[in-house]
Design a protein around this ligand. Sequence first.
Ligand code: NAP
Ligand code: MG
Length: 401
Amino acid sequence: MIRLTNPIVEMDGDEMARIIWGLIKERLIFPYIELNIRYFDLGIKNRDITEDMVTLEAAQAIKECGVGVKCATITPNAMRVKEYNLKKEWKSPNATIREILDGTVFRKPVLVRNIPPLVRRWKKPIIVGRHAYGDIYKSVEMKVPSSGVAELRFISQERIETEVIHRFHAPGIVMAIHNIDDSIRNFARSCINYALDEGVDIWFGAKDTISKIYHGRFRDIFSEEIQLREKDLRERGINYRYMLIDDAVAQVMKSEGGMLWACMNYDGDVMSDMIASGFGSLGLMTSVLVSPDGKFEYEAAHGTVTRHYYEYLKGNPTSTNPVASIFAWTGAIKKRAEIDKVEDAKRFALTLEDVTLKTIESGIMTKDLVDFAEPRPDRFALTEEFIDAIKLRLENALKEW
Ligand code: NAP
Ligand code: MG
């Protein structure tokens, strides 16, 4: 039996994602590799019972172990509070973990030969790295009810600085956003670490022609950090390109892919959804949180797939794509194996990835992929049927070791 002795932090989740998570562990992982799992149940009920302490503990554990793997979880809103009878609208676990690790999220699509991207020129994955602190996500905003002056003011022991935002002569709106040098720097560092890890170029776009101070600061910090790692980047043949964000968007569409696209918070939010749908299904999009000091947390980019779960609860058959969750597990196993230098564990993870792709290439796939596949298969596989088809190939591949 293959064995990884150092721990991996596992975070369980909710709804249909939790169902496929269980199937993946039971059928594709645990029978073949002995892992030292530190398990945290981030399912909504347990977060409610523990008053969300379990999320903090899990994040702390990732800090200690260096490698984590997470199932999709519900971020409760008012509707969910009612549905699950919760004490309150607990914060998004992903946001909590991201804050504790101060990490950047990288989303990378899994490419399958018979599922061509909607954008014909794309041949390699486009990875989006999203800065996940500040900007409009930590904004303060106001409705301006009447005429008056809105000011931006900074106060410290030494000084008071004031800028007039606008002299209003009629009602309107106003918003202030901020960011922190250290956070931008850590973002740049995480991007550089990721690019060195994957051997891909880095593109970064902002609007520094318009926002000379705010966006200009991002551009400057990014290029300072690039300068510091210039030798490493050069040795790996990795190029850095800074562009205006609109140019970056156009260049990405015209490119073959194969780069890390570093994005400011809002750009990353919007563009990662465009890239994801351009590559096919959310079920093929993986996600990894990388901290500036090199901790990795792997997950699928999709949510808990609630609609499928309601069908599942009614006893109806489902066809939910487990590929992104499988790749979350293989990502974590590969990383653990790499750090600990355990060759056969890494080989197992690569084999599982390979047989997963080959299963789809043989025409066996879940419903979300059928419409994109060339040629289009006559039928789609149900959730368990698909996982079992992968298992069959995995068994055969392992026999040949
Ligand atoms: P979602 O769970 O990603 O699902 C949206 C739709 O996308 C599904 O209804 C399904 O479309 C399709 N889809 C997503 N993943 C799929 C898969 N693996 N296989 C097949 N189809 C897939 O997003 P949501 O419905 O907006 O959110 C549901 C819950 O997930 C929410 O409570 C949200 O808070 C949570 N969420 C968690 C995370 C996370 O933990 N990282 C991320 C996003 C959302 P069809 O119904 O058309 O088949
Ligand atoms: Mg978005």
